[in-house]
Design a protein. Structure first.
Length: 476
């Protein structure tokens, strides 16, 4: 196989050299007898000589590509740049051309060099930009600040390197637009390589938040927006926040987070922005706009009561409650900061309240039958958890630990009892919803018979109603 490749690469120039050597040995006497014109005979002889030199240059370049460049690549640990190999091949051809001018056409080397120098000066002045690009390309090939496939930014244009020639570098943007950047521009400008030393790089977002947002609250809103994306949360380098400055809108926050590949920057930025807007919405905050003065009156809870009502409304258990019912629960809620790593709930412990996550991120873990605790999910801002414990006093079904400093709202049994005292008929509707939700959870965990009678649903609802009445000491 290897011998076949060598024959294919080296065979044609070697065959041509052999044929020309035989012609040189046998055809000189034949030409003298066959062609009487001295001029024609000298022209044919010169042509054969030129072909011999050209064949020798062709063979020399083939030998370099077959033996020299692989040897250099093995010793250096990286392939020889194509532009460097092309430059050496060009120099071989230029040297061969000068040699033929001296040997074949009896030109004076001194006169030839003088004429070449003048000609090169004139041509070089006319194509100085191309020459600059050529030598810049040589420099880039030797230094290798980037390679094919790297994402770079130069002249405020970002793209993936798809080709490098002696004159320019071709980039493909994320919009599939081809950009041609001359090598001279790259060599003269400062450019960024997003793929070195590896594909992960740090992106920056500047987010304005109202003046009333505390540093802890701002950190929770921004950091949880990144950690809600599993791929970014799993990376060993964590996001960070700082305050960049102030303007008429509020405090300008600087969010730094790591992106796995520049080609995915746009969708990941969108996901981070979407999470930030969602976190702000769940915290009862809005993106500030430039005005002369901003005054925001906040409730003692630190968030608007309406935001608590919105989160309760999003829970399937409380979706049937009207605004007055939700207002009773929201007014009796209490709010606190849950430090990172300190559990809010422990699996199996008694419970009599539910929680709303306003800001931050919570990790949910369950201890299996083998006694091993495993994380099964996350709770993002805006979610409600613990409804079963609030309404029936059921033990906590999982352990919930803040992955970041979190702001949580708790609604206790006393608040729910006040609502049930004023509207006892709610117990029946809540029991039906809880029974339906419990049945759905069981169906996901256990493979059951597809045929489930209405009597079973009714019985579950009655049993749930009994548990609610018993927990709140309501008459049966």
């Amino acid at each position: 196989m290897v011998l076949g490749r060598l024959s294919w690469r080296l065979g044609p120039p070697m065959v041509l050299i052999g044929v020309l050597a035989m012609a040189h040995l046998r055809w000189d006497s034949w030409l003298a007898n066959a062609i009487s014109s001295v001029v024609v005979r000298d022209s044919v002889s010169n042509l054969l000589e030129i072909l011999r030199w050209a064949a020798a240059a062709w063979l020399l370049n083939r030998l370099a590509s077959v033996f020299l460049w692989p040897l250099v690549a093995r010793r250096s640990g990286s392939p020889v740049p194509k532009m460097a190999a092309d430059l050496v091949a060009l120099l071989v051809w230029l040297g061969t051309g000068l040699t033929m001018a001296v040997v074949v056409f009896d030109q004076s080397p001194t006169a030839l060099l003088a004429t070449s120098t003048v000609a090169l000066g004139v041509v070089g002045f006319a194509v100085r930009e191309l020459i600059s690009d050529f030598f810049a390309g040589i420099s880039l090939s030797i230094e290798r600040p980037f390679a094919i496939g790297d994402w770079i930014e130069v002249d405020r244009v970002s793209g993936k390197v798809v080709d490098m020639t002696w004159r320019a570098v071709r980039l493909m943007t994320t919009d599939d637009v081809t950009i041609i950047v001359p090598n001279g521009n790259i060599a003269a400008e400062t450019f960024r390589n997003y793929s070195r030393p590896d594909n992960w790089f740090r992106d920056e977002l500047k987010v304005p938040l109202p003046f009333e947002v505390t540093t802890h609250q701002g950190s929770r809103i921004l950091l949880s927006a990144v950690t809600q994306i599993p791929e970014l949360a799993a990376f060993h380098k964590k996001p960070s926040v700082s305050i960049d400055g102030y303007d008429e809108r509020g405090v300008i926050w600087r969010l730094l987070y790591w992106v796995p590949d520049f080609g995915r920057l746009s969708p990941i930025r969108f996901a981070v922005h979407a999470n930030i807007l969602r976190n702000l919405h769940m915290s009862g905050l809005r993106v500030p706009v430039p005005i002369e003065e901003i005054r925001v009156m906040r409730t003692p809870l630190g968030v608007e009561v309406s935001s608590i009502q919105r989160m309760l409304k999003s829970s399937p258990v409380f979706s049937a409650l009207d605004d007055d019912d939700l207002a009773i629960l929201a007014e009796g809620a209490t709010q606190r900061v849950a430090p990172m790593g300190k559990p809010i709930l422990h699996q199996g412990e008694p419970g009599s309240s539910l929680f709303l996550l306003n800001e931050g991120l919570l990790a949910v873990s369950v201890t299996g039958a083998d006694g091993v605790m495993a994380q099964v999910g996350q709770i993002a801002p805006g979610h409600v958890f613990g409804e079963m414990s609030l309404l029936t006093g059921a033990p906590r079904g999982a352990t919930v630990v803040p992955a970041l400093d979190c702001l949580i709202t708790e609604i206790g049994k006393d608040c729910m009892a006040q609502l049930l005292d004023s509207r006892p008929q709610l117990a029946e509707s809540l029991s039906r919803i809880l029974a339906e939700r419990q049945g759905q959870n069981s169906a996901r965990m256990v493979a059951e018979n597809a045929e489930a009678g209405a009597g079973d649903d009714l019985g579950a609802a009655r049993a749930m109603l009994g548990r609610i009445r018993s927990f709140f000491n309501m008459p049966g």
